[in-house]
Ligand binder design. Structure first.
Ligand SMILES: O=C(CO)COP(=O)(O)O
Length: 255
């Protein structure tokens, strides 16, 4: 099969719950300053702060191309759902991307593929790009077995989401092997390339853009080794130093 044309590259960071209010806003201001770098590198840049700082973050990023993301959403727009966050309101607040099904949410808050798919549908319905995190929980020692097992585990995570969103909307899939999150180093590059190539085939027939990111202890030096399989990186801790985010933007633009 001929290789599929590749979409525009994209780099972003989720702050999870690492920062307080002031440090979150100062980080978002730092990302705003990198808008020009991202433009020069011809890639999209996004930042995902917590819910509390979303409105203020939207104001900071207003005059830039940096895309604002949220860390989750509920699947209904309105109603008696105490404590949940509406995708309609996220869109009204300026959110362009919503992260769904992160491994931490799946493990600690019981997120299922079914919920993630419903949330992805709700995001798409509201004109927000779903960024769906997928990945296998355990790592097999034998490389060939590890690839096959990872693909098998990721497949239902992907297909349930693709079935829940219209074919012509953009979807971002973040391949984040659970065992590589919060680790010292990212997953083995061959493993990432082999798994993401297979995941790309699952979305091959879609009319909408599907971009595939890698996440899990990613930082400067990660992208070049896996560029064959992915369209960018989803960063965590190693982007807390904003200079690392700058380096990654340059690397992803240059690779
Ligand atoms: O989970 C991640 C991004 O969503 C990755 O986090 P770390 O890069 O801190 O491992």
């Amino acid at each position: 099969m001929p290789p599929l044309p590749r979409p525009r590259r994209i780099v972003g960071v989720s702050l999870k719950m690492y920062f307080d209010l002031q440090s979150t806003l100062s980080y978002v201001r730092g990302v705003y300053q990198l808008d020009g770098e991202a433009w020069n590198a011809r890639l999209d840049l996004f930042v995902i702060p917590d819910f509390v700082t979303l409105m203020e973050s939207a104001r900071i990023l207003e005059s830039s191309s940096v895309m604002l993301g949220a860390q989750d959403t509920f699947w209904e727009d309105k109603g008696a759902y105490t404590g949940e966050v509406s995708p309609l309101m996220l869109r009204q607040a300026g959110v362009k991307i919503v992260e769904l099904g992160h491994a931490e949410r799946r493990a600690q808050f019981g997120e299922t593929d079914e919920w993630v798919a419903k949330k992805a549908g709700a995001a798409a319905r509201n004109g927000i790009v779903p960024l769906v995190c997928i990945g296998e929980r355990t790592h097999h020692n034998i490389a060939s077995a590890a690839v096959g097992a990872a693909i098998e585990e990721c497949k239902p995570q992907v297909t349930s989401v693709l079935a829940a969103v219209p074919d012509d909307v953009e979807v971002i899939l973040a391949y984040e092997p659970v065992w590589a999150i919060g680790a010292a180093e990212p997953a083995n590059p061959d493993h990432v390339v082999n798994v993401t190539k297979a995941l790309r085939q699952l979305a091959a027939g879609r009319k909408g853009t599907t971009r595939i990111l890698y996440g899990g202890s990613a930082g400067p030096g990660t992208f070049a080794k896996i560029a064959e399989g992915v369209d960018g990186l989803f960063l965590g801790r190693f982007a807390h130093d904003i200079n690392n985010l700058k380096k990654v933007i340059e690397e992803v633009g240059g690779a």
